[in-house]
Design a protein around this ligand. Structure first.
Ligand SMILES: Nc1ncnc2c1ncn2[C@@H]1O[C@H](COP(=O)(O)OP(=O)(O)OP(=O)(O)O)[C@@H](O)[C@H]1O
Ligand SMILES: [Mg+2]
Length: 225
């Protein structure tokens, strides 16, 4: 039997406060599959991602993410959902006063890890996965923008999520550094079977790293060819 989709939205309305931002959303993503979410500013890209990570409540249709039914989800279940979602978001920034390793250890502590040697090993592992071997003691402020974004991706990988959801992961980066980040995300999808959703404005990246594209427009989200 085929593996179940990591995300499955059927006929879901997504609201921000009282505004219906996206109506009748049909959206699905298979294991190891990547897709882009595009659309003008204010069209609902972030809202879709927020619905997936349980920050916007869902009351219509049927929404499932990484095995969790999102409809009328109880807030006590949200931390367990988020542990299975690798989140790369601009408002979830690194603590700049801390070292790279401290930033990562902090997340392991917050998500229930106890064994120090296992935690240290995991930190080194995710840094290796993003090409930052040897960076654990460096202060975040000593890293370039692209390196910091790699740390953000390493942090998203700590709990081995089946999916990464990234909201404009290259927003503040120059073209070459953006390419490196996309190359990294694609490699993770290939090597570890991680599914990836990327909300972006950057059409250049879509041409360079092709994947399915969904567009938010006029309150709807549709797949574009
Ligand atoms: N916290 C909020 N409360 C009320 N309305 C909101 C909130 N956040 C966003 N909105 C509204 O929801 C709509 C969709 O916003 P959203 O952030 O999803 O767009 P976006 O496609 O991610 O835009 P951008 O490209 O600028 O990031 C917009 O009309 C916005 O004003
Ligand atoms: Mg947005």
């Amino acid at each position: 039997m085929d593996k179940p989709n990591v995300i499955e939205f059927d006929d879901v309305d997504i609201y921000q406060e009282d505004n219906l931002v996206l109506q009748k959303v049909d959206f699905r993503l298979a294991p190891a599959e990547s897709c882009y979410i595009i659309g003008k500013s204010g069209s609902g890209k972030t809202s879709l991602l927020k619905a997936i990570y349980g920050s916007i409540p869902i009351h219509t249709g049927k929404a499932v993410a990484v095995g969790f039914v999102l409809n009328d989800m109880e807030s006590k279940n949200i931390p367990m959902l988020r542990r299975k979602l690798g989140m790369v978001f601009q408002d979830f920034i690194l603590f700049e006063d801390w070292s790279v390793g401290h930033n990562l250890m902090y997340i392991l502590e917050a998500t229930g890890w106890k064994d120090r040697s296992q935690m240290t090993a995991r930190v080194l592992q995710v840094l290796e996965m993003v090409g930052l071997t040897g960076y654990e003691k460096k202060p975040v402020t000593s890293l370039s923008g692209g390196e910091q974004q790699r740390v953000v991706i390493a942090r998203a990988l700590l709990n081995n999520p089946p999916i990464i959801i990234a909201d404009e992961p290259t927003g503040n980066l120059d073209p070459d550094t953006s390419d490196e980040i996309l190359y990294l995300l694609n490699r993770l999808a290939r090597e570890f079977g991680t599914s990836i959703i990327i909300a972006t404005h950057d059409y250049r990246l879509i041409q360079k790293f092709p994947a399915r594209v969904y567009k938010c427009e006029g309150g709807k989200i549709t797949e574009v060819g």
